[in-house]
Ligand binder design. Sequence first.
Ligand code: SF4
Ligand code: SF4
Ligand code: FES
Length: 282
Amino acid sequence: MAATTTPTEVIFRVRRFDPMADAEPHWEEFRLPYTAGMTVLDGLRRIKETASPTLAWRSSCRMGVCGSCGMFINGRPRLACNTQITELNTNLVLVAPLPNFNTVRDLVPDLMPMFDAHIALHPYVVRDDVKEQYEPTGEFFQSSHEVEQYLQFSYCIKCGCCMAACPTYATDPTYSGPMPLGQGHRYNADTRDGGFKTRKQQLAGERGPWRCHYAGECSRVCPKGVDPAKAIQLMKRELVLDYLHLLKQGCPAKPMGKPTGAKRRDGIPDAPARTIAGAPSL
Ligand code: SF4
Ligand code: SF4
Ligand code: FES
């Protein structure tokens, strides 16, 4: 198919699979008129509206924020909503579900193994002082430099594109993978957090960062510029320093942030009351 940056027609070849009806996946072709600014997600919506109402995929925000629409588009994991037809430089668009995951149906991957690994790494701020965590007596100030240590990694939208690109995860599904490990580092690097000693139990074995070969594919495909490969190498460094007893606080050469005792600043409203019975009060 001739490559063009402004096609008049776009040919979608979409991988279809209905586990209730199909023994194997198969490809279906759809031809659509090109419209200015058309994204891959726009094309899929047009196909569903005009040609194949049973076509299934996940999407929500349509602006690269929710992380739902990760797909394998022309041989690379991408967000369908964030991929313009013109940037593919061809009017032939091959769309398949993300590799390295089982397929629920059509373009819907089963991301639960990724989220299970994510949960296992306690992806939230863990305080040594549980009472202070749930009933803070003041704000936890961070300097700009301290925020920069984890800010880039906090842009992750859990789309799974990095997992689909990772050659280690492709051959070893017991490996936690770049998203969960990158998010583990995001919290390890946060001066408010004291969860490294808990997370390192998960990081020591075959699921941890030592399985990473540092090929960097995860960072190359990340649509948010998160660089999980860098996070994993920094995590390896922390584990070595911890093994050598060179981490005084149990995590990244950082003093764990202390509440300052400062009162809530004017203009910051109180948190709403908890809606779940028995939840700790704020
Ligand atoms: S690190 Fe990037 S590619 Fe991986 S889940 Fe997060 S946003 Fe997606
Ligand atoms: S750098 Fe590590 S996590 Fe990233 S793709 Fe390569 S092996 Fe996978
Ligand atoms: S629809 Fe939300 S990231 Fe694409």
